[in-house]
Design a protein around this ligand. Structure first.
Ligand SMILES: Cc1cc2nc3c(=O)[nH]c(=O)nc-3n(C[C@H](O)[C@H](O)[C@H](O)COP(=O)(O)OP(=O)(O)OC[C@H]3O[C@@H](n4cnc5c(N)ncnc54)[C@H](O)[C@@H]3O)c2cc1C
Length: 378
């Protein structure tokens, strides 16, 4: 017997499953393929810095701030519960504009950082050399964000999976949900290839595939896939210690010296082709930011499908008109970073408490949010 079914075992489903299990809710989590191998595995694991401003109001900002606050605590609790290090590191980040034409867009970020209480420092050539000796000196503008962080998302997913299993969550990989079971105006469970499963609450956490599930109910929840390709570089030594961001591209150094170079943003449906153009663009970007990476080997190239949204915000909350049905998806470029806050507030909602972050601004039938509050560029 289960209380709550979650459809989709990415970072959003697993985080919510863990949070619910900690509150003694019996959870069954179903995934059409392996657990934790879709967008959440493919991502870079950039975590934005904490927001220290007291009066935040923008919904995305609130969720981001709460998630940034929760990450250190979650990481420590996951380590204690499972023995698995999720790779949470406050490595700090450097944001650069390489060309003068890129300066205004980057400089405008400082207004947002100030308003949101995010620590940053303006960096000149000398300071750049001190912070990150391998960074190109040919930049037009540069900032240092000392509290920007990262996780190793494959490790984080493994830790969440182990923590869920330890609390008795029923994890079922290779169990695709085809339809919802409905009685009157209530959802009472789901139908899968291996039979029906009943529960009083069903939550759609199916990432970019969520839209297809909602189509079976004639409910519009656009989650158009946003394909992201990424390279993994092995420079053979540690050349970089901090995350470097340039527009929508970034380099993420891992402890042992490997460097992730991401990421493309493509609107080509669920096409998994890895393209030469993307490889070339990401490689050129990497060596323009850190020239010594030219000696690296490319040891990985993959893609994932970020779940789109009708605007810049995820969909979180109840599905109007159908008792017992909920959604948590559409996190676009920020599902890893927003997952702890998402899980906490969704678990509040599902257990009848006022959500820690109010979810009204995330309703599926909300008016379109202005796109000004881009989440993280990842
Ligand atoms: C290249 C790239 C880089 C990124 N970098 C970052 C980053 O640095 N920081 C950040 O915060 N975010 C990043 N993201 C975004 C982040 O990865 C996503 O927002 C997040 O992973 C979405 O998580 P999810 O659990 O909603 O979806 P997913 O991880 O895609 O999980 C959805 C799951 O649902 C399952 N499913 C689908 N349909 C069904 C069904 N009918 N029945 C059962 N199961 C089903 C799928 O098999 C899948 O396992 C990046 C994404 C990409 C692609």
């Amino acid at each position: 017997m289960t209380d709550t079914i979650l459809i989709g075992g990415g970072v959003v489903g697993l985080s919510l499953a863990w949070e619910l299990a900690l509150r003694n809710i019996r959870v069954t989590l179903l995934d059409k393929s392996a657990i934790g191998r879709a967008a959440s595995w493919a991502g870079a694991g950039l975590i934005p810095p904490p927001h220290r401003a007291p009066n935040l109001t923008d919904p995305t900002c609130l969720l981001r701030a709460r998630s940034a606050e929760l990450y250190p605590e979650w990481s420590a609790r996951l380590l204690e519960a499972t023995g698995i290090d999720n790779g949470f590191r406050v490595s700090g980040g450097i944001d650069v504009a390489l060309e003068p034409a890129e300066e205004p867009a980057l400089a405008s970020m400082t207004g947002r950082w100030r308003k949101q209480g995010i620590r940053y420092e303006v960096v000149d050539d000398l300071r750049a050399a001190e912070l990150e000796p391998a960074l190109t000196r040919r930049f037009a503008r540069c900032y240092f964000l000392p509290e920007r962080a990262q996780i190793r998302n494959p490790w984080h997913l493994r830790a969440l999976e182990a923590a869920c299993l330890a609390l008795g969550v029923d994890l079922r990989p290779n169990c695709q949900v085809h339809e919802f079971l409905i009685s009157g105006d209530r959802v009472t469970g789901v139908s899968t290839a291996s039979g029906s499963i009943h529960a009083s609450q069903v939550v759609v956490t199916a990432g970019a595939w969520s839209e297809k599930l909602f189509e079976t109910l004639n409910i519009a929840v656009p989650t158009r896939p946003i394909k992201g390709q990424m390279l993994l570089l092995d420079p053979g030594r540690v050349v970089l210690r901090r995350i470097v961001e340039h527009g929508k591209c970034y380099l993420v150094p891992r402890d042992e010296g490997l460097v992730l170079a991401g990421a493309t943003e493509e609107w080509t449906g669920f096409d998994e082709t890895l393209t030469g153009d993307a490889r070339e663009m990401l490689w050129n970007e990497a060596i323009s930011l850190v020239p010594s990476l030219a000696d690296s080997k490319v040891i990985g190239h993959w893609c994932g499908f970020r779940p789109g949204s009708k605007d810049s915000r995820p969909y979180l909350g109840p599905v109007p008109g159908l008792e017992g049905l909920f959604v948590a998806t559409g996190h676009q470029r920020a599902g890893l970073s927003l997952s702890p806050g998402t899980a906490e507030s969704m678990a509040d909602l599902l257990t009848g408490k006022p959500p820690r972050v109010a979810l009204d601004g995330y309703a599926i039938d909300r008016p379109l949010a202005q796109r000004r509050d881009e989440t993280v560029r990842s």
